[in-house]
Design a protein around this ligand. Structure first.
Ligand code: ADQ
Length: 474
């Protein structure tokens, strides 16, 4: 692990408000970065989320918080606007129409400048996260920040002909190419990025994992490092008393029914409507399943400020009502159990253990951690659940051999795959789960952090660990 301090950049700071103060938030990225950050006197730059009393330090978290405050107008333009209504749909292959608004773009650029200016003093490894901050790498370089710069994109990167629609494509590419390392979850996202750079810029040459910027006389390394979860902790909690207690009562509630599970943020990329249509078709074709199957969909409220998300919620609720209206037998349970809310970690673990099959069917998804959580929870407890997994998730690259892959746009095909998931022999399903759980355990989130930071530290030039040869290559 490299020894320079680390400055992380992400949209939000890694803390949440509790009664009487602040504490480290429970999110996966925070937990994953914490060991690397806390051992080196490090900092995290992020939006304060509107809090007026954000402290510089929080008890129990040895990280300096460099907060960026945003006005309501900035939140509207930078966050709801350009990040979530322009870049998010564009990066997911324009499955919803991206909105191109010059005012949002200007606000996004101005807010990215504020993030970049927040912390430039010390020599450090700078690790910038995700689509909200795509201009930050170049800005850091322009502001003279010392030390190597890495960027990790948590979403997919689309093919050049889709990215090329963005009126500010040149600026976004220049922003990213300010980094020494630009990383993605998968080779196909990385290849799309490399092809886009070659198509849209005439000063770039590509050789293996290196992009040579001829005018700037610099090299940018591209990488594919799939993110993961804290597998050991997840496995431990999955078999813990809290999850087991909840599982026992769920087993009683769902007695006599096989359970299909969906767990997602309520987002149009996640393919929830397509999943419901496939279930509807299955119940239409296979009458006996109407009284022996339950579909449990947990949908975490998300981005309700944006019209497409409100529309999605209405469409999902309409579909759930339609399916339950069509297939509920009087006196029996409904086929679709729909929870529009977040749930506690133990409850989530109990659902993962309960499920006969988990339906992870996004239309497009950078990685999808739900798939990794499901196989880990099942694997740790001897489960024999099946994973139905969209081809269009990053996770499909790692689980290609053992998940039941599907094309979520093909409703008939998806219905058939769900049926197959229910029909596989238990031994076969258990063996598949064990192999997928082993893959996650071998490549956990700490391995991901280490691979990323090692590469950034070596690539950036001027760090203590970089050899002369590597420095001249960079
Ligand atoms: P997301 O789009 O948010 O992440 P995902 O990777 O599935 O998608 O992570 C969702 C997380 O939220 C999981 O850890 C899950 O347990 C949790 N969660 C979901 N529903 C919940 C509920 N009802 N209650 C409580 N917790 C719930 C983005 C990208 C992904 C990429 C990640 C990480 O879109 O492609 O995998 O970042 O890089």
């Amino acid at each position: 692990m490299p020894a320079l301090p680390l400055v992380a950049y992400a949209n939000r700071l890694p803390v949440q408000k509790i009664r009487g103060g602040w504490q480290a938030s429970a999110g996966g990225l925070v937990a994953a970065l914490r060991p690397a950050l806390e051992t080196r006197g490090s900092a995290w730059v992020g939006w304060d989320g509107g809090a007026e009393d954000m402290p510089r330090r929080v008890d129990g978290l040895d990280i300096e918080l460099a907060s960026v405050s945003l006005s309501r107008r900035e939140v509207a333009g930078y966050y709801h606007g350009f990040s979530n209504s322009t870049l998010w749909p564009l990066l997911h292959g324009a499955i919803e129409q991206p909105v191109f608004d010059p005012g949002w773009w200007q606000t996004y650029a101005a807010v990215n400048e504020r993030f970049a200016a927040a912390e430039t003093g010390r020599r450090a490894i700078r690790w910038v996260h995700d689509y909200q901050l795509m201009l930050v790498p170049e800005l850091l370089r322009a502001y003279g920040a010392r030390g190597p710069i890495g960027f990790f994109l948590h979403t997919p990167f689309p093919p050049p002909e889709v990215f090329a629609r963005l009126p500010w494509r040149a600026q976004i590419l220049a922003g990213l190419l300010g980094a020494d390392v630009v990383s993605f979850h998968t080779d196909s996202h990385r290849d799309n990025f490399v092809r886009t750079c070659l198509a849209l810029r005439d000063d770039v040459e590509a050789k293996a994992d290196r992009l040579r910027l001829l005018d700037a006389n610099r090299t940018v390394i591209t990488a594919a490092h799939p993110i993961s979860i804290d597998a050991a902790d997840f496995a431990h909690r999955a078999s813990g008393a809290g999850a087991t207690r909840r599982l026992n009562s769920l087993r009683q509630q769902f007695e006599g029914r096989r359970v299909l599970l969906g767990v997602d943020r309520l987002d149009y990329t996640k393919g929830i409507l397509e999943r419901l249509r496939a279930l509807e078709l299955l119940l239409e074709l296979r009458r006996p399943l109407r009284s022996t199957l339950a579909f449990l969909q947990v949908a975490v409220p998300s981005r309700g400020e944006i019209r497409e998300y409100r529309q999605l919620r209405a469409n999902v609720e309409q579909a759930v009502g339609r399916i339950n209206g069509r297939f509920t037998e009087p006196g029996h349970d409904v086929p679709v159990h729909y929870l529009h809310r977040g749930i506690t970690p133990d409850r989530l673990l109990a659902y993962y253990r309960l499920a006969d099959a988990c339906l992870v069917t996004p239309l497009s998804d950078g990685m999808n951690l739900v798939a990794k959580e499901f196989v880990t929870a099942q694997g740790a407890t001897g489960g024999a659940g099946a994973l139905v997994l969209s081809e269009f998730t990053g996770a499909a690259e790692e689980f290609r051999d053992d998940a039941l892959l599907c094309n979520p746009f093909d409703v008939d095909g998806l219905a058939a795959t769900i049926e197959l998931a229910l029909e596989l022999e238990d031994d076969d399903r258990r063996a598949r789960i064990q192999r997928m759980a082993a893959t996650v355990a071998e490549n956990d989130v700490y391995a991901w952090v280490e691979r990323e930071l090692d590469l950034i530290a070596r690539a950036g030039g001027g760090t203590r660990r970089a050899s002369g040869r590597e420095r001249s290559a960079a």
